[in-house]
Design a protein around this ligand. Structure first.
Ligand code: GLA
Length: 366
């Protein structure tokens, strides 16, 4: 590896404060980038090889791809390789290869978007190395395209967008239908992430099934995106949805979108109590109508919601395990940690991991 002309960069993971399963329904989301993520050192090569290294996979830490025949290999390095393929599909073919060394501190499989982080980081590094004329938004779009097309995960744009557009002490209110966004300061509230350590194998098949159920409901409502409907419009038309399960999914999407807008408004007005109440409602809807929670997440959320000084708590990300996100006063963090650890241990005989996250800047060269 020749890193004489190397550049270095970082891309954060993300946690979504509210707006779950709305990003593939043309709705709003409200994530922030966090202070855990992935670092990369990279340098241009003179041949047409892409050599990818990871310090996080000691047994499988070195992989090579050929730019003239980029074939996925079924391992971690497919994420950056898929971005190189996606760049070519968008008209940005690389003339020569690169060496890229990654290492990160995002817990694996916890739903904090390590995949999105490595995708946007690859985009940022290659933009720098080759002077590619890419905006940050386009890097997010290319990352999502890479994941949809070459990894085969049908995700929305939220994770990639948050990883590159995040700002210190802010969350990003993103309209996923138009990609217009604004950054909203978090008023000094503490964002605490609790990792259940659970990863259900159902996650990706159920994710795709939820998408299909939403698409079926949208067809019956004669809209392209469920979240283009207001709550009132939905209530007037919901009788058109014939399948009860699709009706529940659509109800979650439409009301969740409404909650995101109300929550962002509340945050702008300094009303963290209202923001927290909407987070609690979001969890109930994800548990009862969208049915993507699980016993472990429910125990963590219920314990959190009864701690004084906690504004709100909910599962975050796709669901079926992963993490909860909790918003609270800083002086509540210690008793919160104690209460959720005890409740989790009493129910499942093990302790969750707790991270006090800091809303952080998005990906860049640094
Ligand atoms: C996963 C996907 C996102 C989004 C969330 C649910 O994190 O990658 O695009 O759909 O689930 O809100």
């Amino acid at each position: 590896m020749d890193f004489r002309n190397e550049v270095t960069g970082f891309a954060p993971g993300r946690v979504n404060l509210i707006g779950e399963h709305t990003d593939y329904n043309g709705g709003h989301v409200f994530p922030c980038a966090i202070d855990m993520g992935i670092k990369c050192s990279a340098a241009v090569r003179t041949d047409r090889k892409l050599r990818l290294y990871s310090e996080n996979f000691p047994h499988d830490g070195e992989r090579e791809y050929d730019l003239d025949n980029l074939i996925m290999q079924g391992c971690w390095s497919d994420y950056p390789a898929a971005v190189v393929k996606a760049l070519a599909a968008f008209g940005y073919s690389l003339e020569t290869g690169a060496d890229m060394l990654f290492c990160g501190d995002l817990p694996d499989g916890a739903g904090l978007s390590s995949s999105a982080a490595i995708e946007v980081l690859t985009g940022v590094m290659l933009r720098e190395l080759y002077g590619l004329p890419l905006t940050d938004q386009l890097i997010a779009i290319i990352g999502q395209f890479a994941e949809n097309r070459f990894i085969g995960v049908n995700c929305g744009i939220m994770d990639q967008f948050a990883s590159i557009m995040g700002r210190e002490d802010c969350a990003v209110l993103l309209n996923t239908g138009t990609l217009s966004f604004k950054r909203v300061p978090l008023n000094g509230a503490a964002v605490v992430i609790v990792n259940s350590g659970v990863k259900h194998s159902l996650a990706s098949s159920e994710y795709n099934r939820r998408r299909q159920e939403c698409e079926a409901a949208a067809r019956q409502l004669h809209v392209t995106d469920l979240c283009s409907l207001t709550v009132d419009e939905f209530e007037q038309r919901k009788h058109l949805i014939t399948e009860p399960v699709c009706l529940k999914r659509a109800k979650h999407a439409v009301y969740e979108n409404d909650r995101v807008l109300a929550a962002a408004r509340a945050m702008e007005q300094g009303d963290t109590d209202t923001f927290g109440r909407l987070m609690n409602e979001s969890h109930a809807s994800l548990r009862d109508d969208y049915e993507v929670s699980c016993a472990e997440l429910d125990v963590l959320v219920q314990a959190a919601q009864s701690v004084s000084g906690v504004y709100g708590a909910r599962m975050t990300g796709g669901g079926f395990g992963g993490c909860t996100v909790n918003l609270m006063r800083h002086d509540a963090v210690d008793r919160f940690a104690e209460a959720v650890t005890r409740a989790y241990f009493d129910s499942f005989g093990r302790e969750p991991e707790i991270y006090k996250a800091k809303a952080s800047d998005g990906a860049g060269i640094r």
